[in-house]
Design a protein around this ligand. Structure first.
Ligand code: AMP
Length: 214
C-alpha cells in the first residue's frame, strides 16, 4: 500500500517523504528528484525535460508516468512507496489508479500538506541544498548551526534553478491550475487526509504520522 504526498511546491513534501521513509520503513519515490538526476546526467529524458523544468512548468504526463510505471512494476509488490510530487495532474492521477489496479496494488492514503501562500514563498526562496550531504536547509528557518555544519563539511548551500522568484510564482500558478484539483479527486475517492503543514518540520511530521494512523 503506497502513500501519496500532495501539496504545493514548498509545502514540505520532499522533507516529510524523507522522514516518513526512514520512520515507516518505506521508500521515497520523487519524480522531481528523478527528473533532476536525468537532467544532470544529460540522459535523453533529461535533455528533453530540461527547458520545462527550468521554466517551472510540468513535464509531459507520459514522461513521469513511464518512470513511475517502471518502479511500481519492478518493486511495488514488495516495497511501499511514498510518492512525492506525483501525481500532479488529473490525467496522472487517473493513470496511476489504472496502473495500480493492473498491478494489484493500491494507495493507502493521499496526504495533502496545506500551507498558505506567503509561507510557501518564504520556504521556496530560502530553500538551499547542501552539496555535501544532500540535506535540505532554509536560510530563513534552519539553525545557524545546521547551516554552518554544511560548510564545515566542505559543502556549499546550493539554490535550485527553479527556486528563483519569478519561476516560483509560475510554479505556484501551475500548481493551482493543474494540481490543486487533485484534492477534490482524492476526497471523492475517500483517500484524502489533510495536514496543517504551516509549522516546523517536527510538528508537521507528528501531524502526518497521526493522520496516517486514523
Ligand atoms: P519538484 O521537485 O517536485 O518540485 O519537481 C520539480 C519539477 O519537476 C517540476 O516543476 C516539474 O517541472 C517537474 N515534475 C516533477 N514531478 C512532475 C510530475 N509529476 N509531472 C510533471 N512534471 C513534474
Amino acid at each position: 500500500m503506497h502513500i501519496v504526498l500532495l501539496g504545493a511546491p514548498g509545502s514540505g513534501k520532499g522533507t516529510q517523504a524523507q522522514r516518513l521513509a526512514t520512520g515507516l520503513g518505506m521508500q521515497q519515490l520523487s519524480t522531481g528528484e528523478l527528473l533532476r538526476a536525468a537532467v544532470s546526467q544529460r540522459t535523453a529524458v533529461g535533455l528533453a525535460v530540461q527547458a520545462a523544468m527550468e521554466a517551472g512548468s510540468l513535464v509531459p504526463d507520459e514522461t513521469v508516468l513511464g518512470m513511475i510505471r517502471e518502479r511500481l512494476a519492478a518493486d511495488g509488490a514488495t516495497t511501499q512507496f511514498i510518492l512525492d510530487g506525483f501525481p500532479r495532474t488529473l490525467a496522472q492521477a487517473r493513470s496511476l489508479g489504472d496502473l495500480l489496479a493492473n498491478l494489484d496494488q493500491a494507495l493507502r492514503a493521499v496526504v495533502y500538506l496545506e500551507v498558505d501562500f506567503d509561507s510557501l514563498m518564504k520556504r521556496l526562496t530560502g530553500r538551499r541544498t547542501c552539496s555535501e550531504t544532500g540535506q535540505v536547509l532554509n536560510i530563513y528557518y534552519s539553525s545557524q548551526a545546521d547551516l554552518d555544519a554544511c560548510r564545515e563539511r566542505g559543502g556549499e548551500l546550493l539554490q535550485r534553478d527553479d527556486d528563483k522568484e519569478d519561476t516560483i510564482r509560475h510554479r505556484l500558478e501551475v500548481y493551482d491550475r493543474q494540481t490543486a484539483p487533485l484534492i477534490e479527486h482524492y476526497r471523492d475517492e475517500g483517500l484524502l487526509r489533510i495536514v496543517d503543514a504551516d509549522a516546523d518540520v517536527n510538528t508537521v511530521y507528528r501531524r502526518l504520522t497521526e493522520a496516517l494512523q486514523g
